[in-house]
Design a binder for this molecule. Structure first.
Ligand code: HEC
Length: 235
């Protein structure tokens, strides 16, 4: 009887130990999965965002011709509402506070008859090609210090591309910006490479969680317990 009770106590102690270890392992498994999960998300997301943000701020130069390939004249018509208080866009439109702009693209700077330009624009050489318009419309006072055009500028490159496309359409001989345009050598390799890697990591984690959580712990408990039961009658 005594040894049988001792066995029962020993069995209880072992079983408690077993459950304790099982719970500890389970805790380890859960803990590892959670930390891996968090790292996979946070580190990758931050890296990608930070790098692209840095690149954008380090490249003030805008390839306006590239944007012109997809610029919408309709959007340009909306942007043009910022100009209509001073400019007429239609054919035969009159000079207002600013000169009439029909056919302005590729026309000589300051060449509208009867408009009193500032000295700055009168002295400026060249014509209004898409690069000149891009620079002037981004920040008129910076591009042409002393200009009479009291306009803050269009800070968004897409807005400038749209208005240039619209200005181009408002003329007798619109330029085809897509003719002879060759896109710069693309560098898309890094982007597709990152996405599958992130997906694989996410898929693997739940799979290993399912396997390790239930089976090993449950099996171990049964084995040890059956050993205890088998030992009892022999002693
Ligand atoms: C507040 C009035 C005002 C607004 C708004 C304005 N402009 Fe002007 N713009 C002028 C004046 C004035 C001039 C002449 C500048 C000079 O002589 O220095 C001018 C000149 C220009 C020229 C040069 C024309 C030439 O014949 O050389 C272009 C191009 C132009 N504006 C485009 C635009 C566009 C596009 C917008 C809207 C996004 C706009 N402007 C908004 C007043 C304005």
């Amino acid at each position: 009887m005594d040894s049988f009770e001792l066995n029962k106590i020993a069995g209880a102690v072992f079983f408690t130990l077993l459950v304790y270890l099982g719970v500890q392992n389970l805790g380890d498994i859960l803990f590892h999965i959670e930390s891996a999960d968090a790292n996979a998300y946070i580190v990758e997301g931050l890296e990608v965002d930070d790098v692209s943000a840095l690149k954008a701020s380090a490249e003030p130069e805008v390839d306006i011709l590239a944007l012109l390939q997809t610029a919408s004249v309709d959007k340009g018509a909306k942007v043009a509402k910022k100009c209509v208080s001073c400019h007429a866009f239609e054919k035969g439109g009159a000079n207002k506070i600013g000169p009439a702009l029909w056919g302005i693209v590729n026309r000589d700077v300051a060449s509208v008859d009867g408009f009193g330009y500032s000295g700055t624009l009168n002295e400026m050489a060249g014509d209004w090609d898409y690069n000149a318009l891009n620079g002037f419309l981004e920040n008129p006072k910076k591009y042409a210090a002393g200009t009479k055009m009291a306009f803050a500028g269009l800070r968004k490159p897409q807005d400038r591309a749209a208005i240039i496309a619209y200005l181009n359409a408002q003329g007798d001989t619109p330029t085809d910006f897509t003719a002879g345009y060759t896109p710069p050598a693309a560098e898309p390799e890094s982007v597709p490479a990152e996405e599958p890697a992130a997906e694989t990591q996410i898929e693997e984690i739940p799979a290993s969680q399912d396997e390790s959580q239930d089976e090993p712990v449950a099996e171990a408990t049964e084995d040890m317990f059956s050993d205890l039961v088998a030992d009892t009658p022999s002693e």
